[in-house]
Design a protein around this ligand. Structure first.
Ligand SMILES: NC(=O)c1ccc[n+]([C@@H]2O[C@H](COP(=O)([O-])OP(=O)(O)OC[C@H]3O[C@@H](n4cnc5c(N)ncnc54)[C@H](OP(=O)(O)O)[C@@H]3O)[C@@H](O)[C@H]2O)c1
Length: 314
């Protein structure tokens, strides 16, 4: 009898994993091949991208321009904005607009609202985000109150306020797409990156709720949960199978838009998410927690040693 139960359990697990895998393959490859993913161009004239001068945000700006959209680029550094706008203009011949603001600040939204009024905005990519300088204990972060305020402003407030600014127009036109960048760290414990992980969990929850609220208004909300992508934030310089370039990541993600509401976007990251969710469901929580704790502790120790070396060299 125990043998039969064991076999049944294994069969159940294999079926579950197989089903998730099939859904992932459909979302990443089959749906787009059949033209079932969202045609972003049909949502409106303009795309607005926050954090648009580097990494994933820059790749979204380029990819949306490549698909014929005009792009509003929002970031902190004016000369980077001007360069990216010029590059997009030369490469794709579409109109661009730049807004230089610091999302760690509070008093920027009236200006953004004024700059965006009267634009037919079809797509908003809430991409801007920051993390800790290095993984660290919650109570050991230097100037923690300031750092946490900045993190919450940049990762949580920006996305909430930007959505508030852009949504009324989308509602009036009955079309739109909002893509919110969360992270794989929102679905696992994020020891030593606790506030970062918590901001990303907020994004996941908000996106899901707004997606339900606005589905009947033809506005799509999509939450992206990337694993590692080559960028300044990840400090990964060379692409690998598990850490793609931002362009590869974004092209892959946009294939899932309109098909998957909550997705890792890139197929190999989807496998990571399946793996994590599988472990969470079938093993005691302490197993996953200790794996993550040990991994991030190694990253923390390496970062502290590097800082020590740099301090000695000065
Ligand atoms: N890369 C990864 O492995 C990874 C994994 C999971 C999730 N994500 C998420 O993906 C998003 C993009 O990450 P990324 O790795 O592409 O970042 P990145 O390469 O560091 O680029 C960040 C972008 O945001 C802008 N920015 C940063 N702080 C800003 C501020 N205070 N005000 C205005 N603009 C600001 C930067 O421009 P300036 O330099 O001009 O300020 C830059 O354009 C983030 O939300 C991140 O949490 C990334």
């Amino acid at each position: 009898m125990w043998e039969a139960i064991g076999k049944l359990s294994v069969a159940f697990l294999v079926l579950r994993f197989g089903w998730s895998l099939l859904k992932g393959v459909y979302g990443s490859f089959i749906a787009a091949a059949l033209g079932l993913n969202l045609n972003v161009k049909k949502t409106g004239e303009w795309a607005v991208v926050t954090g648009a001068t580097d990494g994933i945000g820059k790749a979204y700006a380029f990819e949306l321009a490549r698909r014929g959209m005009k792009v509003v680029l929002i970031s902190r550094t004016p000369f980077k904005l001007q360069n990216v706008a010029a590059e997009i203009n030369t490469k794709y011949g579409v109109e661009t607009k730049i807004i230089d603001v610091d999302f760690t600040k509070d008093d920027i939204y009236d200006r953004i609202e004024k700059e965006l009024q009267d634009l037919d905005i079809g797509v908003l990519v809430n991409n801007v985000g920051m993390s800790y300088d290095h993984p660290e204990y919650f109570n050991k972060i230097a100037d923690a109150d300031k750092v946490f305020d900045q993190l919450i402003n940049c990762n949580v407030k920006s996305l909430t306020k930007m959505t508030r600014i852009v949504l009324p127009g989308m509602e009036e036109r009955q079309r739109g797409l909002v893509i919110n960048l969360s992270s794989l760290s929102s679905i696992i414990p994020a020891p030593f990156l606790a506030v970062y992980g918590a901001t990303k969990a907020y994004i996941e929850s908000l996106t899901e709720s707004l997606g339900v609220e606005y589905a009947s208004k033809n506005i799509t909300f999509q939450c992206i949960l990337p694993g590692y992508v080559v960028s300044n934030m990840s400090k990964i310089r060379r692409p690998t199978l598990m850490a793609p370039t931002p362009t590869a990541f974004v092209r892959s993600s946009l294939r899932t838009t309109g098909v998957e509401k909550r997705t890792a976007g890139y197929f190999m990251h989807k496998l990571q998410v399946f793996g994590i969710e599988f472990l969470k469901m079938h093993l005691p929580g302490s197993v996953l927690s200790s794996i993550v704790f040990n991994q991030l502790q190694i990253v923390r120790n390496k970062a502290l040693k590097r800082k020590e070396r740099e301090a000695k060299a000065e």
